[in-house]
Design a protein around this ligand. Sequence first.
Ligand code: HEC
Ligand code: HEC
Length: 321
Amino acid sequence: MNFLFTLLLTRQKAPIEIVEIPSRLDADTLQVSSEKYLGHGLASGERPRGPLAHFHQIPIWYQADPGNSCSTSGCHAPLPHGERIEVRAFLNMHSAFLDCAVCHAADADRATSARWFGLPGRDVQKPPALLRLADLLEQTSDVAAEQAPALNKQLSELLRQALIDSGHNVQLAEWLQRLTTTNTQSKLWQSIVNEMRRGIRMHEHGEYNAKIGLYSNNKIHGRPSDQQKAATTRYLSRKNQLSDDQQQSLLDTIHEGVLPDGALCTPCHSPDPKLIDFKALGYHQSRAESMKGSEIVRQVLNIEKGQPFHLPRILEDLDDR
Ligand code: HEC
Ligand code: HEC
């Protein structure tokens, strides 16, 4: 009763998360620190919600890329695709882990190769720790007792790095804690490793703190030249005073080497992808196969032909039960 009176009679402040829901999903929102919301209904490791998404958090898989001049110039949003409803969600999802030029480079050929770069510094790096962890787990099914300590050490090291990259994912933290406090000769240790092998799949979605860029001769595609930078500054500061022709000529310079429409799906998701070598990028065998494999390719081709996208059958099967 006391509780009810207090609740009714005192003026309660609306939660910070409701009154301060961001109205635009711009670069600032994506970079917003979850510290701001700590103690206001958000626990450590949880993410704040996005606009239009009172029930959704901005997932951790979207990590800011301050070296991306297409967005930092203020010209394009970090989730830039809006034109075609059939594909825009997929394309925007991909810009979380692919640099714009991977799809938009006009001069990509067989000599170019896709590699990982770290965020925010954009230095070329090995495949993310999380993918190496998934690969290691896939390769080790039955662990002999004498190999367990060495494997435990490798798993813990990769997990420790993946944990940092993921912005301290709660599940990864729990696995690391259990791995490092369990006797490697016990059944319990085996069961933790098995649980990780089954569960790691849920984390292979951009919790990498890294993105894929396209490189030729160790140079990344899409970095603007001095001339392009100058054209961008001129365009943004003097746009209103320029004639249509002058604007177009600046835009042409800014977008030199950029394909307006980008690569759709098959350059990457097909049996012999031209743009991406999933295995070389560190994706483990079964994931690499599934991304090139028949189901996804079929759905993707349907999208390209403008036919409806059907959810995989597994969901219908669950519904039937
Ligand atoms: C997975 C590949 C891919 C990535 C990554 C990608 N794009 Fe695109 N982009 C496309 C495709 C394909 C189209 C054409 C879409 C269509 O057919 O409607 C496109 C279209 C566009 C358009 C035209 C307008 C629109 O709304 O569709 C803009 C602008 C654009 N991309 C900017 C960017 C920027 C900026 C980035 C990086 C932040 C980026 N793209 C990353 C594939 C990609
Ligand atoms: C430039 C290469 C590229 C293009 C073009 C591309 N993708 Fe992808 N796609 C990837 C990569 C790399 C991943 C893995 C992402 C990760 O690690 O989270 C992926 C993941 C996916 C996944 C998740 C699959 C899984 O097993 O987790 C789906 C679904 C998907 N892409 C569909 C599409 C569709 C539909 C299009 C076209 C609209 C498309 N992709 C275009 C490279 C590409």
